[in-house]
Design a protein around this ligand. Sequence first.
Ligand code: WT7
Length: 631
Amino acid sequence: MSDRIHSLSGYIHEYQRSVNQPEQFWSRIADSFHWQKRWDKVVDWDFEGPDVKWFLNAKLNITENIFERYLFTHGDHPAIIWEPNEPNESNQTITLRQLYEKVNQFSNAMKAKGVGKGDRVIIYMPMVPEAAVAMLACARIGAVHSVVFAGFSSNALADRINDCSAKMVLTADGNFRGAKSIPVKAVVDEALEKTSTVEKVIVFERTKEAVDMKAGRDIWWHDAIKGQSTECKAEVMDSEDLLFILYTSGSTGKPKGVVHTCGGYMVYTKYSFENVFQYEPGDVYWCTADVGWITGHSYIVYGPLLAGATTVMFEGVPTYPDAGRFWEVVEKYKVNQFYTAPTAIRALQAHGTEPVTKHDLSSLKVIGTVGEPINEEAWHWYHSHVGKMKCPVVDTWWQTETGGIMISPLAGVTPTKPSYATLPLPGVQLVIVDADGKELKGNSVEGNLCIKYPWPSMIRTTYGDHERCKQTYFSTYKGMYFTGDGVKRDEDGYYRILGRVDDVINVSGHRMGTAEVENAINEHPKVIESAVVGYPHEVKGQGIYAYVICDMENRTEENLTNEISETVRNIIGPIAKPDKIQIVPGLPKTRSGKIMRRILRKIAEGDTSNLGDTSTLLNPEVVEAIKEGAK
Ligand code: WT7
């Protein structure tokens, strides 16, 4: 059964209902799922705690809602279509029944290696179907997965393993990415030297490169599943038991483990998937994200599979072997819904329209974007050249913490407006507040985006540190969840996201805390102090600009900047490497010693005409020096 909304008046009606009678609204949606035991109460919440519970005391297993629910009628239906990095390597179509068997078999393999309900399992894998199998197998046996993007460094991986005391790591020998093959197992080996909780590592063979297998600890995936049954009873989970932890950056240095739980996440991801993308049975849906990010969790794996959809998984990159790869794949599988990031659109836009027009994109019905604000030019390019003016563009705003899409057009239902995420989904009660926390009512207002009522897939806590969850999201504005984003509500009541208002930058749709990058830079022995800001970047949306005070003895500027770049790559990963590093004699500070980031941002943007009053600074003279040396 589908709870799809088909018209704008239907949307308005559903939205009103969801606000006036949220419990009835969500209980009706949740009724269409398979629960082993129904809930006693729909929602219990208090944003002070915060303490949020959905579908209280209900019992379920999310994988029964993916498999058992559809197996008898749709067992032969393609669940995952996998497109490898090399276009001529054979692809794979995995039916629902095959996926079910793979998941069960791997569930039994993990159990045999001592993993059970509540244990944390790190997944550090390339974009192969086994990454989805790994996630679903964890869910099947009640283990808590934490997927770490396979581009992160061994240090970043070790931090995450330690933070959640993971018992097992699932990985691969290597990762094919465009023309490169990246060692993955070697990174795990390095990380495990800095951790002590991991008992077993299961290694999927992908690139066949040489790896060290540590006796007693490391097992090949194909050996682990040997002889394991393809039947595995789903663990009984409470609605509020942990489903997964996903680490994300915030304005302080250390990434935080965002916790999502079983019942609410299941209900919201399926509901939002069906409504935003207007998925119809038989459609082929493709989201180009990596499973290492929340987009991959909610809209490659869980949402689509809960809806009985066919979901495409792509191992490669948009520009390999050429800039037509996305469109070649759309044509090959007759993709109906296509979901990508503005940074990918801008990167492809730079290659002109020829790679797009070369391919038959007539199967497309809906095209979407996520991860960062989409500029009007990119929106129009996407709409005209990819969507041929006929496919609605769904600009979807959400966050790791929200679990699912919060503001977005429903394809073909909500009239779109370039670079507007448009309207909230049913159940999402938005508030715009000014700096003092006063609600700005009515239209034509701009301020900080908050949410005043819980929704089923919201963050429950930050793993192992509930206080941090409270401080980060529920303390800035009393009684509300604060998103960290600035927003405008225009004269029509439409929402346009303006970007982060905290010290978080968004580089190619990847979230990074400036403090996190600064901490990495400061690890270099010659660095005395640093300050990192974002600046507008044509393709990445925002680039990373680092101002660094260094001890220059025995070093040239060039080798220092290279070394600093390398340090950041080693500590976080290539995605955090600064685009620009400027060695400076000092950083502008207030008399109380606080770095004036506003000034540094202006200089990074190349706008030095209007720096404001710098005379009250502790060291006004450094501003001139920084301006002079700006890149
Ligand atoms: C931040 C969340 C949610 C999946 C990908 C990113 C920015 C996300 C949009 C959009 C403008 C967007 C926000 C948000 N963002 N989508 N459609 N328009 N900004 O997840 O890593 O948790 O980052 O991404 O700033 O707070 P994330």
